[in-house]
Structures are given as structure tokens and as C-alpha cells.
Ligand binder design. Structure first.
Ligand code: SF4
Length: 211
């Protein structure tokens, strides 16, 4: 099954979904975005690398801001950077590179986003993209990522689930978790307050049951 042009969703939704379904819904259904210092730095970094253009460094051609799309996964995006590594004759191997302000995260959200880019490139250019990299600004480290079967399945599942969630128009309730401390929407989501509210409701339900 594929998607039409009108059904495409931003590839960034996958990264948000893998991090937290509620965050994905707040951004992509409710259009909420809390710009703080960290997100502003990340946005400026992306704007810089997104500036469209092309450069050549020996056997590597570098494309900035390349538009990406997959009708199979229903995704649309702009790549930070796609390197094309010379193989032979007129053969060049695409290698997506994503720029992140922070450092490597304990979950796979950045890898899923990068793998989504690779799968868009594969569909658009009819090639196989076996690997890419994520550059982390805080650690100034480039992490190589192999697009293995497990990561590809995780990316496909995330794309399907993101479509389902956005289509439903329903935002899941907040569940406070350690990752909330790293969430750019914590001041809008108020997960601790929402959790307390739910606990009071649970308390009342239990109290009525025991009457
Ligand atoms: S604060 Fe926590 S529950 Fe709320 S959107 Fe962020 S990660 Fe999800």
C-alpha cells in the first residue's frame, strides 16, 4: 500500500513518535512548538546546513537541503546533507548525514529519522543506501549508522504508526517518564500535573467502588 501526495507527513514525525507519541501528537496534530534556547540552537544549525547548494570534495559530492519523499512510507522532508561517494565511472553512492545540536540519545529516534531519509533516497533514486551518519554538535562526533533490517523495520513501523496517530486526531495522555526532562514540550505538556490529575481520578473511582 502507498500514499498519495496529499497524505504525506513530515519525516520528523518519526523522530517525535519514537521519542514519545504524545510529543508527536502535540506537534503534528495540535501544532504546538515551544521554542527554547536548545530548540532555537538546533533550528539555527539546521537552517545553516539546509541552505541549498552543492559542493565537491575530491571523491565526495555534497548536496545541501535535498528534497526527499517516499510515497511508500508517506513521508516528505528536506535532507540536511546527502553526500555522494564516488564508486566508479558515473556511479555515486548516496550517504545521508543528519546534523543534531546535542549528543547521542539513549533511544533510536535520531537513527530512525536518518533511516527514513535513506529509504526516501532509495525510492527516489532506485538505489540501495546501506549507511549514513549523524553529526552531534555537542560532542563534535560523527556517528556512523548502518541501515540494517531491524532499523528499517522500526522505521517502517514508526511511519505507519505516525500516520495512524495523526489521522486519528487524538492526542494521547501524558505519562511522566525520565525522558520528559529532555523534552522540549515539557512546559506545555505538564506531565507531572497530568499524572497527578489522573491519579486523583483513579482515587475517586476507587473510592466510589469501595462505597
Ligand atoms: S513532557 Fe513527557 S509526556 Fe509530555 S510530550 Fe514530552 S516526553 Fe511526552
Amino acid at each position: 500500500m502507498g500514499y498519495t501526495e496529499d497524505e504525506l507527513i513530515p519525516l520528523s514525525a518519526l523522530q517525535h513518535l519514537v521519542f514519545c507519541e504524545r510529543q508527536c501528537a502535540l506537534i503534528h496534530i495540535e501544532q504546538l512548538w515551544d521554542e527554547n534556547r536548545l530548540t532555537a540552537e538546533g533550528r539555527i544549525m539546521h537552517e545553516r546546513v539546509h541552505e541549498t547548494g552543492r559542493e565537491s570534495r575530491g571523491k565526495v559530492r555534497v548536496e545541501h537541503g535535498l528534497p526527499l519523499r517516499s510515497l511508500r512510507l508517506g513521508l516528505i522532508a528536506k535532507a540536511d546533507v546527502v553526500e555522494f561517494h564516488f564508486v566508479e565511472d558515473d556511479k555515486w553512492q548516496p550517504f545521508p548525514v543528519e546534523y543534531k545540536r546535542g549528543k547521542p540519545k539513549p533511544d533510536d529516534c535520531d537513527k530512525v529519522q536518518l533511516c527514513g531519509q535513506a529509504m526516501c533516497l532509495e525510492e527516489m533514486l532506485d538505489v540501495t543506501v546501506p549507511a549514513g551518519a549523524i553529526y552531534y554538535g555537542k560532542t563534535r562526533h560523527r556517528l556512523d549508522v548502518e541501515f540494517n533490517d531491524q532499523l528499517r523495520k522500526q522505521t517502517e513501523d514508526a511511519a505507519g504508526r505516525a500516520h495512524e496517530l495523526i489521522q486519528s486526531g487524538r492526542t494521547p495522555g501524558a505519562v511522566f517518564d525520565k525522558k520528559c526532562e529532555r523534552c522540549s514540550l515539557v512546559t506545555l505538556c505538564l506531565p507531572k500535573a497530568a499524572h497527578k490529575k489522573r491519579s486523583v481520578q483513579d482515587y475517586l473511582i476507587e473510592a466510589r467502588r469501595s462505597e
